[in-house]
Design a protein around this ligand. Structure first.
Ligand code: UD1
Ligand code: UDP
Length: 364
């Protein structure tokens, strides 16, 4: 049996890893050892995903979170090296673009362990985003690069990366297909049961560029508050956002009728609430795509997106937080639909495709 060492740490990585972990296990060819860096650690940001998605418990839980980007990444790097030396994996598997991703890929590269990067080739072309640096460097260190879209393949080509590149579709599409119906049938949160389907807005905000800029955060809070006077707004708070709202004194503004500020939702409750929304307002990468999977119009409060095909198809619109009238754009977006002329994220069999390519690589 070949050994795969999987590095996860942040909420979206648990969703992606769930699908692949299951596929690796059912193939019968791999022994997967999961390492949780600890980057996300609240039960609502971590445990609930392992439980709901039946992800095997991590063999190594490093308990590293917080601090600056350099400090967090450095501490993870120090802790990952002995784990990799002990486990001697055939491949290290990393997901997406977080600090856990770059720490995992860098630790592996230094030890000459081949790396497989799931969600390779995405670019926002904004190097101020910590994620952009993480994903570029990880792509350049990886032996196998699993791209979710044709755009991602082309982005890698522009940087001279063509070997080991595989277009496999988006693993979050696999997850949404698999869990979407279960969620809709059985995981409506108490709040959702009180709201009429198609008659509320769902908002998620956590990007550093929004939360840590008082002008942007104020503009978002004012817009959501104003909208909540017209249509209920459900706002599950990422811990980073919760902390910044408190520090900047914006928390009280959100205490108004029609505004439902809640704890982060479990994945299944989240999929259920997304499916019933009239509009999704977000700065999340994953939530942008889930909005499209469930055919809900989406506004992304950012200047760029790595998922540009959704903007091209008309399912997503970028909103300039400081210069656009967010409320007006929202009013105009409810009820809008994009095109379904092509399906950019594959067939929902991305996990099987990835297992196939890793197996082929290891039997060379
Ligand atoms: C990270 C990723 C981002 C991803 C997001 C998913 C990086 C650079 N960023 O951002 O790409 O979109 O995860 O949600 O890796 N905190 C808690 N409890 C938790 C987790 C975080 O209180 O369980 C608080 C801590 O104060 C922490 C802050 O949130 O310092 C930010 O967490 P961090 O993991 O550094 O970044 P995210 O904003 O979550
Ligand atoms: N998510 C969740 N509960 C929430 C908010 C998000 O389960 O309260 C899920 C969401 O459905 C998606 C993933 O977390 O699958 C996205 O994570 P996040 O927005 O934190 O990160 P990003 O995708 O921007 O990296």
């Amino acid at each position: 049996m070949k050994k795969i060492l999987t590095i996860v740490g942040a909420r979206p990585q648990f969703v992606k890893a769930a699908m692949l972990s299951n596929a690796l296990c059912t193939s019968g060819c791999f022994n997967e050892v999961i390492v949780h860096t600890g980057q996300h650690y609240d039960p609502s940001m971590s445990d609930v995903f392992f439980r709901q998605l039946s992800i095997p418990a991590p063999a190594h839980a490093l308990g590293i979170a917080g601090g600056g980007h350099g400090e967090m990444t450095g501490r993870m790097l120090c802790a990952l090296e002995p784990v990799m030396l002990k486990e001697e994996p055939d491949f290290v598997l990393v997901y997406g673009d977080t600090n856990s991703t770059i720490a995992g890929s860098l630790a592996a590269a230094k030890l000459h362990i081949p790396i497989a990067h799931v969600e390779a080739g995405l670019r926002s072309y904004n190097r101020h985003m910590p994620e952009e640096v993480n994903r570029i460097l990880t792509d350049h260190m990886s032996e196998l690069l699993f791209c979710p879209t044709e755009n991602a393949v082309q982005n890698l080509k522009k940087e001279g990366i063509v070997s080991g590149v595989h277009l496999v579709g988006d693993i979050m599409f696999d997850a949404a297909l698999h869990f979407g119906q279960i969620a809709k049938d059985s995981f409506k949160s108490e709040l959702q049961q009180q709201l009429a389907a198609g008659e509320y807005i769902l908002a998620t905000i956590h990007r550093q560029e929004n939360t840590d800029n008082p002008h942007k955060l104020a503009a978002i809070v004012h817009a959501l508050t104003k909208l909540s006077q017209e249509i209920p707004v459900v706002f599950p708070l990422h811990p980073r956002t919760r902390d910044r709202l408190t520090e900047m004194g914006f928390g009280d503004l959100l205490r108004c009728r029609g505004m439902y500020v809640i704890e982060p939702l479990g994945y299944l409750e989240m999929l259920a609430i997304e499916q019933g929304a009239a509009l999704i307002i977000t700065d999340s990468g994953g939530v942008q795509k889930e909005a499209y999977f469930f055919q809900v119009p989406c506004l992304t409060l950012r200047d760029q997106t790595e998922w540009g095909e959704l903007v091209d198809m008309g399912w997503n619109r970028l909103v300039d937080v400081l210069n656009d009238d967010i409320v007006d754009v929202c009013r105009n977006s409810i009820g809008s639909r994009g095109s379904n002329n092509f399906s950019p994220y594959g067939r929902g069999d991305s996990a099987q495709e990835i297992v196939k390519h890793i197996s082929a690589e290891l039997s060379k």
